[in-house]
Design a protein around this ligand. Structure first.
Ligand SMILES: [Zn+2]
Length: 486
C-alpha cells in the first residue's frame, strides 16, 4: 500500500512537472548585438555571445561582397532564434504558425530561426546562412532561385573555426550584452566569412567536402546545368546545398564570371528560371569552358583547397595547337595548368624534365612525432617527375607529374565524367634515354598521349592541397618542364 501511494505521488509529481513544461514557455535568454537580437533556450552565454559578435562582424563583409558601403547596414537589425526545443517557440509565438516546418533553419525579412546543431561551428554557420537570406530580402527583395540563393548563403556563411576565446575578445564577463560594445570593432577585423575550412577541426559538422568525396567516389557528380536547375524548395538537403555552394564558389573565383554572379543578386526578387536564363546570357559564351572548369573544380574540392591555386586557365577562346614544339613550365605550387591551347585528335609527345622542392625543410618539423629521422635530416625534399613514394595523396605519390586529357565538353554531354589522369613517370614512357652521367633518368622519358577528340591538356605536380602540415602544396618551390610536340 505505501508502495502504491509512493508510486501515485511520484507519478502525479512527474505529471505536474511535465504539465508545467507544456503550459509555460521554455526559459530563454536574449543577447543584443548591433544587427542581431538573439533569443535562445540554450543556457550557454559564451555560445550566444559568439554568435552575435560573429554575425555583427559578418554584416559589413556581406555588404562589401555585394558592393555596398558599410553604412548601408546601419539600422538593419533582425531577430534571431536558436532553438533546442522548437515546439516551445511555436507555443510562445516566437516561431509563428506562418513559418512552415523546416529542418535546420528559416529566414524572413525580419527574423531567422535555427534549430540547435551539435557543434558551435555549425550553429554559427546556420545563423550566418539564414542571416544572408534576411539581408538579401532587405537589399534585393529576395535571394533568387535556390541554386543562387542557397549558394550565396553557403558561400557567405563558410568560415574557419577558431579557439572559443577568439570569438570573445576581452569583454567584461560580468556584462551579458558585450556584443554591442567594444568587442565589435575587434571582431570586425578578425572574423572572416567566405574562408574555406582547412580541416574537419575547423568546420565541425559542416560536411560539404564529405558529400563531394562520396559522390566523386561513386562517380555520380552532378553537372553544372543540373545544379542550376535545382527545385526551389531544397528542404535542407545537404547534398543540394553542397552543389549550390560549389557552383557559387566557382563563379566567384574566376574573374570572367565573378561580376555577372554578384550582379545577378539585384534580380533576387525573381525566383523563376528566367533569373538563371538572364545569368546564363552573361556567361554563356564561355559555357563549354565553364563545364570543363566545373569538372576539375569538383574533382579538386577537399580540405586545403585554395581557389587561387586551383583556378584553371581554360577558355573557349583558346587557340588550336599549331603543331610547333612548345615548352611548358609547370608550377609546383598550383593545381592543374593548361597548355594554353586545345588539341585536335592525334598523337602528342610529352617530354618531362626538371626537379622541384616538394617538401620544404621548414615543414619537416610539422606533424610532430612522426619520422624523427627525417626531421633530423633538415633539408628540402626534392622530387623529379616520378614523384616521391614516401607519401601518397588520393592514390598517387607527391611530386608526381601528371597529365589530364580533358575533352572539350560537347553539348549533349549529360554527366560529369571522371578525369582522365595519367602519371608522366618512367613506368609508362615509351622510351628512356640515358642521361649524360650514365644514369638512367626518368626525366628523359618520352610519353605519347593519344587524343581522340578535341581536348585540353592539363598538367600538375601532384601534392597534398593546403598550407599546413608536413605535406602541403603551399611550401613547394620551382616546378617541372614539359616539352609538347607532335
Ligand atoms: Zn538557405
Amino acid at each position: 500500500m505505501p508502495q502504491f501511494f509512493k508510486f501515485v505521488i511520484t507519478t502525479l509529481l512527474w505529471l505536474s512537472i511535465a504539465g508545467t513544461g507544456k503550459v509555460t514557455v521554455a526559459e530563454t535568454v536574449t543577447r543584443e548585438g548591433v544587427h542581431l537580437r538573439l533569443t535562445s533556450d540554450i543556457p550557454d552565454a559564451r555560445l550566444l555571445d559568439d554568435l552575435v559578435s560573429s554575425f555583427d562582424a559578418a554584416v559589413p563583409q556581406w555588404l562589401a561582397f555585394w558592393g555596398f558601403p558599410p553604412e548601408r547596414g546601419s539600422g538593419w537589425r533582425i531577430d534571431g532564434y536558436l532553438m533546442a526545443d522548437s515546439d516551445a517557440f511555436r507555443r510562445s509565438g516566437d516561431l509563428p504558425a506562418s513559418v512552415p516546418n523546416f529542418k535546420n533553419g528559416f529566414a524572413t525579412p525580419t527574423a531567422i530561426w535555427v534549430n540547435r546543431q551539435s557543434s558551435d561551428y555549425y550553429n554559427r554557420h546556420l545563423i550566418l546562412h539564414e542571416g544572408v537570406h534576411a539581408l538579401a530580402f532587405e537589399l534585393f527583395g529576395g535571394g533568387g532561385p535556390s541554386w543562387y540563393m542557397e549558394g550565396t548563403a553557403e558561400l557567405l556563411a563558410t568560415h574557419r573555426d577558431r579557439p572559443a576565446s577568439f570569438y570573445l575578445p576581452n569583454s567584461d564577463p560580468g556584462e551579458g550584452n558585450g556584443a554591442a560594445n567594444g568587442m565589435l570593432a575587434q571582431a570586425d577585423t578578425q572574423f572572416e566569412i567566405n574562408e574555406l575550412p582547412r580541416s574537419r577541426d575547423e568546420s565541425s559538422m559542416w560536411g560539404r567536402y564529405r558529400v563531394i568525396e562520396q559522390r566523386r567516389n561513386a562517380d555520380t557528380l552532378p553537372t553544372l546545368a543540373s545544379v542550376m536547375r535545382l527545385p526551389n524548395n531544397l528542404e535542407g538537403d545537404v547534398d543540394s546545398y553542397t552543389w549550390c555552394w560549389a557552383a557559387s564558389l566557382m563563379f566567384t573565383s574566376y574573374p570572367d564570371t565573378q561580376d555577372a554572379f554578384i550582379a545577378a543578386a539585384k534580380n533576387g526578387r525573381d525566383q523563376s528560371p528566367s533569373f538563371t536564363t538572364r545569368f546564363f546570357r552573361e556567361i554563356g559564351d564561355q559555357w563549354p569552358a565553364l563545364r570543363a572548369r566545373w569538372q576539375l573544380w569538383i574533382h579538386d574540392l577537399e580540405y586545403g583547397f585554395d581557389r587561387d591555386r586551383y583556378r584553371v586557365e581554360l577558355s573557349t577562346d583558346d587557340p588550336r595547337y599549331d603543331d610547333v614544339p612548345k615548352i611548358l613550365a609547370i608550377d609546383s605550387r598550383k593545381g592543374w595548368q593548361s597548355a594554353g591551347v586545345w588539341f585536335p585528335a592525334g598523337t602528342i609527345r610529352l617530354r618531362p624534365s626538371g626537379q622541384c622542392v616538394i617538401v620544404a625543410k621548414e615543414s619537416l618539423g610539422n606533424d610532430a612525432g612522426r619520422d624523427e629521422e627525417a626531421t633530423l635530416l633538415q633539408r628540402d625534399w626534392v622530387s623529379t617527375p616520378a614523384g616521391i613514394t614516401v607519401h601518397f595523396h588520393r592514390g598517387a605519390p607527391i611530386g608526381q607529374l601528371q597529365v589530364c586529357v580533358l575533352p572539350v565538353p560537347s553539348a549533349d554531354l549529360k554527366e560529369v565524367n571522371a578525369l582522365d589522369i595519367r602519371p608522366l613517370d618512367s613506368r609508362n614512357a615509351t622510351a628512356v634515354h640515358s642521361a649524360s652521367a650514365g644514369v638512367t633518368s626518368s626525366a628523359e622519358a618520352v610519353h605519347t598521349v593519344q587524343i581522340d577528340r578535341p581536348s585540353w591538356l592539363l598538367f600538375r605536380v601532384h601534392d597534398v592541397p593546403g598550407d599546413d602540415g608536413r605535406y602541403q602544396r603551399a611550401d613547394n618551390r620551382g616546378g617541372y618542364q614539359v616539352q609538347v610536340s607532335r
